[in-house]
Design a protein around this ligand. Structure first.
Ligand code: ADP
Ligand code: MG
Length: 472
């Protein structure tokens, strides 16, 4: 049999960090600003003679990310100039890090990391109507660059890694990390080879969703396999991803790092991190919240939940925070918490899907917990619970009050149900006869009619009991 090609993938991920001001000046860092060139100043517009100042918050974000992934925080670190010419970087260089990144090593979802460093974002070029325009709102926004080792074996593993990184950045409050908004940008490096050596790598850019990351990697593996199988060569290049055609295309041949002429940024001080208050390893570690994988482990040991349910609940900080508040309000009672998880995963998720937006933050967790108790003690049927939940999402409010107002509270009381059952039994002589002669379907029919007669509020079990007593 012919030996298969083995794929190797390494990812480079950029993320815009959440800080009040930009990386090297006090212009506002506002990724949602739509008016071009609003948050600008001489520093981020690259006027000659201006001086950059390091943003402490941005450094802190990278140190927290590095600590979370178990990387080594630098003791000594510095910034470098990365020279290249492009209208979106009018200084003629980007301030980045080269030899001494803030973080080296670490691991996420089993994938080894090379480094995590800090740099500045570039301006945004807009090409339209034969004109090219530059918006400097984005220029100088602090940017994380995280690089993995070339150790990822397939598209699925790459997708899993990227999703977990997004979740980590959100959990740490380091970045909103929306791919669609360009707050998180993923580049995939892909090569294939038969021997133990690495093949020629191709870099793929403009991947605007996790699906396109996975599709582009799968596409490249196939394209490169076809080339090598035909005796052709893979060229080292940068390719783009065409979403419509679901294929990669040539963009440019890549420059080597020598072309960037990296050298230490003379306008910024060197940093001896352990001497900066709050930046020692211990101090940084003390600021970390519960991390996504720690949270999943806690869910698995505290509650009887399926792995896929744990993955769902832990997939965004908003979901997890909501679930945690509900569980606490239910005193961590296993049965109630399991019920809550099921209602969140199926019913609440369904309601949010139909509304086109998930919004756990505006749903009252205490009210939701109360709803679970009402369902557990059969005050509400499962139908009644779902209807009450929908109204809670739409308008808010107390579940008990909502259920009463909408007649969704189940009637268990035999006295109150008797009238409805009597009316049905006297009207439905034929079904009563059939039931007497042993037809179970007739009983179901009579229960259904009685439910309707009671305005849908009758508890089916109580009605069944009444009918069997009265007819039997
Ligand atoms: P460059 O100097 O071209 O930027 P790097 O060595 O910095 O290359 O690596 C950039 C990214 O490419 C990293 O994520 C790394 O894991 C990945 N990479 C390096 N070599 C290969 C290879 N042969 N196949 C796939 N990915 C690779
Ligand atoms: Mg590189």
């Amino acid at each position: 049999m012919k030996k298969q090609y083995i794929p190797t993938i390494g990812l480079e991920v950029h993320a815009e960090l959440k800080t009040r001001t930009k990386m090297f000046c006090d212009s506002k860092n506002d990724p949602d600003e739509t008016r071009p060139n609003t948050h600008v100043c001489p520093v981020c517009m690259a006027h000659p003679g201006t001086l950059p100042v390091i943003n402490r918050e941005a450094v802190r974000h990278i140190l927290r990310i590095g600590t979370a992934v178990g990387g080594t925080l630098a003791d000594f670190t510095e910034f470098d100039r990365k020279s290249y010419f492009y209208p979106d970087i009018p200084k003629g260089y980007q301030i980045s890090q080269y030899i001494h990144p803030l973080v080296v090593g670490g691991k996420l979802t089993g994938v080894a990391l090379t480094r995590v460093h800090l740099e500045e974002d570039t301006a945004r070029s807009i090409h339209s109507g034969g004109k090219s325009l530059v918006d400097f709102n984005r220029a100088g926004i602090p940017l994380m660059e995280l690089v993995t080792e070339p150790v990822i074996p397939d598209a699925e593993t790459a997708g899993k890694f990227a999703r977990e990184l997004q979740l980590l950045l959100r959990t740490l409050g380091a970045s909103e990390a929306n791919l669609e908004k360009g707050e998180m940008r993923i580049e995939a490096n892909i090569s294939i080879s038969k021997s133990g050596d690495f093949g020629t790598k191709v870099e793929v850019k403009n991947l605007n969703s996790f699906r396109s990351v996975e599709r582009a990697i799968a596409f490249e593996i196939e394209r490169q396999t076809a080339l090598l199988s035909e005796g052709k060569k893979v060229e080292q290049e940068t390719r783009g991803w065409n979403e419509e055609r679901q294929e990669t295309f040539h963009q440019r041949f890549k420059e080597g790092s020598a072309d960037y002429r990296y050298f230490p940024e003379p306008d910024l001080p060197k940093l001896f991190l352990s001497e900066v208050p709050g930046f020692s390893k211990e101090a940084v570690r003390a600021t970390l919240p519960e991390l996504p994988w720690e949270r999943r482990t806690r869910y698995a040991s505290a509650y009887a939940l399926k792995e896929s349910d744990i993955a769902y609940l832990g997939a965004t900080p908003e979901r997890a925070t909501f679930f945690d508040m509900v569980a606490k309000a239910l005193d961590d009672d296993t049965e109630l918490v399991t019920r809550a998880a099921n209602y969140i995963i199926s019913d609440l998720a369904g309601i949010y899907a139909s509304r086109g937006r998930e919004d756990f933050a505006s749903l009252d967790a205490l009210a939701f917990a109360k709803l679970m108790r009402l369902a557990a003690d059969h005050t509400l049927s499962s139908r009644g619970t779902k209807d009450t939940l929908r109204i809670m999402v739409e308008k808010g409010g107390d579940p008990e009050a909502i259920a009463r107002e909408h007649g969704l509270v189940q009637i268990h009381d035999a006295g109150a149900l008797a009238a409805a059952v009597d009316a049905v039994l006297s009207r439905e002589g034929k079904a009563v006869q059939e039931y007497k002669s042993g037809k179970q379907a007739a009983l179901q029919y009579l229960i259904g009619k009685s439910m309707k007669e009671s305005g849908g509020a009758g508890n089916p079990e109580s009605i069944r009991k009444l009918i069997t007593e009265k007819v039997g």
